[in-house]
Design a protein around this ligand. Structure first.
Ligand code: PHE
Length: 362
């Protein structure tokens, strides 16, 4: 707005000229964004005096109307532009000062981030799985809460077998314990005592041949230096035509050397399991003394690693396989035990103590 216009305006409406002066001063004085926002509301807002005057032009004497209308509007546009310009100026000033004050020194060392790593038990499970995957096995998993049928009955473990007793098995509820006493002895629910039921489920799901390993948690009422109530197993099953005990031995021989080292030997000792016939326990030669005998192997030269055997043909009846056509072997190992033997860990409870000093070693 130039001098002439200003004079014309002040002559027509002195208040408008005064308002403009006040607004110009307030804009110049606004030192921060909130202040300029106040100025906008005070001088240009819906309830401002300027808006009021412009809205009531029709009430003015006829000769004032065109001048006040034209120049009043010019004042409004002029002030709006000035407010906006001042606002932009203040915004960029505040950004500049934030950048200056909140400068981050990217060369300072950061907070150390302590990366975790796989637990030794998980790693051991993977190592075992990998060896069998290399032999063509598939990995199968199943529920940890099992029925008595899959955990015992279909594995040829009769209703009165002591392993079913409360002393060894965690039953899930009172009704389950009752079932064990003779009422519907197959339906009781329990925490599986081994991962063998997964093998039964695997056979139910597919016709032979079957080559599976079953990793997972198992539960027994045990607690001492070498047993925890929850532990891990990897069990394996091979069912095909023409499978013999020699296949079992060859497979476990390969496994033991892949897992512990190629300087190891294995031996099979006769044993008993309800679900295999014949059954064996498998030992690996002691890695510390090379089989000569030392404290670690109790001077026997051998360390027991797992149970195994030829699948008892009576099991095939439970899953609809033809016992005259197929043969198979099965084996089951405790993962904690395998890790303890491989890494010379004296106490299985260390796996669940969660002491980082222990866990970080592996
Ligand atoms: N299921 C047996 C156990 O948990 C291990 C095993 C599996 C033995 C397969 C023989 C054959 O003790």
């Amino acid at each position: 707005m130039d001098e002439a216009q200003l004079r014309e305006l002040t002559a027509a409406n002195p208040e408008l000229g005064g308002l403009r002066d006040q607004a110009l001063a307030a804009i110049a004085a606004a030192g921060e964004q909130a202040a300029i926002e106040d100025v906008r509301v005070r001088f240009l807002g819906r309830k401002s005096r300027l808006t009021e005057i412009l809205r009531s032009i029709s009430a003015l004497p006829a000769e004032q109307r065109p001048v006040v209308g034209r120049l009043g509007n010019l004042v409004r546009v002029e002030l709006g532009a000035l407010v906006e310009a001042r606002e932009a100026e203040l915004a960029s000033a505040s950004l500049r000062s934030a950048l200056a004050h909140e400068r981050i020194d990217v060369t300072l060392p950061g907070e150390p981030f302590l990366g975790g790593h796989e637990h030794l038990i998980s790693r051991t499970i993977r190592e075992v799985e990998d060896i069998f995957i290399g032999l063509g096995y598939k990995v199968a998993e199943g529920p940890e809460v099992e029925t008595e049928y899959y955990n015992f009955t279909a594995l040829n473990t009769p209703a009165d077998h002591p392993a079913r007793s409360l002393h060894d098995t965690f039953f899930v509820d009172a009704a389950s314990a009752g079932a064990r006493a003779g009422r519907g002895a197959d339906d009781g629910l329990l925490l599986r005592t081994h991962t063998s039921p997964v093998q039964v489920r695997a056979m139910e799901k597919q016709p032979p041949p079957v080559y599976v390993v079953c990793p997972g948690k198992a539960y027994r009422r045990d607690l001492d230096a070498t047993h925890t109530p929850m532990f891990h197993q990897v069990e394996g099953l091979a069912v095909d035509e023409g499978i013999t005990l020699a296949d079992l031995k060859g497979t476990l021989y390969h496994f033991a050397r892949a897992f512990f080292g190629t300087d190891r030997e294995i031996r099979l000792r006769p044993h008993f399991f309800p679900f295999t016939e014949p059954s064996v326990e498998v030992d690996v030669s002691c890695g510390l003394c090379g089989g000569k005998g030392c404290r670690s192997c109790k001077y026997s030269g051998w360390l027991e690693i797992l149970g195994a055997g030829m699948v008892d043909p009576s099991l095939y009846g439970f899953v609809g396989y033809d016992a005259d056509k197929v043969q198979g072997f099965a084996f089951g190992m405790g993962v904690e035990r395998m890790a303890m033997l491989k890494h010379h860990i004296p106490d299985a409870r260390a796996f669940v103590d969660n002491d980082k000093r222990f866990l970080e070693q592996f």
